[in-house]
Design a binder for this molecule. Sequence first.
Ligand code: FAD
Length: 344
Amino acid sequence: RAGTKKELPDHFKAYRHVWVAVEIEHGQVHSVSFELLGEGRKLADKRGVELGAVVMGDDRAALDAAAAQCFEYGADVVYVVEDPALAHYRNETSTSVLTHLVETYKPEILLLGATNLGRDLAGAVATTLRTGLTADCTELAIDEEGSLAATRPTFGGSLLCTIFTLNFRPQMATVRPRVMPMPARQEGRTGRIVEYAPAIVEADIVTKVLDFLADRDSDKANLPYADIVVAGGLGLRSAENFQLVRKLAEVLGAEYGGSRPLVQKGWITADRQIGQTGKTIRPRLYIAAGISGAIQHRVGVEGADVIVAINTDPAAPIFEFAHLGIVADAVTLLPALTEALAAR
Ligand code: FAD
């Protein structure tokens, strides 16, 4: 907390409620938005306020479906914004809509996913509203004075800092997918809908979406949402040996990934890096072969239900948080494991 806590200015009192700006891609709500609704619900209950969700788009059916899901994941109010100009995400249109809604309804806290879209939108909205934004948070809480305490890693991950937006409203934060747990869905739960028709003039928008090109990378990783993840580290010693990780992943129907040095060595692509500066994962099963378990790796995998570590060094830090530890040479064990599982 920089400086001493000041008395909150009177006009801050108009700001109430917790909001989540919901991300919709190809008509589907991004899971990070549900994770944020779960977290937002806790913050709203602590503050004794409502939880709001903002959904934007051009497709009425998709918006209605998204609103229904938001209620089931904890929202009390859903602000539905329908306009043909919102068919595809564009920074200017979404920023202007969200900014207008915030200025009208004055939420005290506004949360977005730290996805490509969420990062793009959150920065622009915070700048337009001239408020603070804490990006890539790992923990959100309400402090004893009622402010949002947004915690994120700093100094290259060697420290965690808790940031308070003392002088501006709303208090904004982004959170990466899978950092927060998925809340339980309460089927049939409903709430209030607030409609907002922004009347955007297409001719005034500088950015035009001409076409969408499908991502042709068939090898694209989906680590954050994988059920099983097999990963390798420097202990595997070579890119050839890393293929043993891929083979085991294939047999298990799992995603594969690795520690940061493997990206630096070019053994894996950056979207497969697991850890603080890579992906956060929450699989049912995580198998780590030849990974030491440095803190920057650990923070990305701690949410896994079961962690199995294979390491030659019984004193490796990964054994401190693995559920099952195997002291063995991964280069020998991985093929044997793959063969045994393939035979089942
Ligand atoms: P090492 O630490 O070298 O460990 C190799 C392990 O393999 C050892 O424990 C060894 O006992 C074991 N081993 C050796 N031979 C075998 C064998 N034959 N069979 C089985 N085990 C064997 N790291 C990440 O992973 N993700 C991040 O997002 C990340 N972000 C970072 C951000 C910052 C700012 C910094 C400073 C660092 C970051 N790091 C990150 C790096 C991190 O600190 C570690 O250096 C890295 O995780 C170590 O990778 P490793 O475990 O593969 O290698």
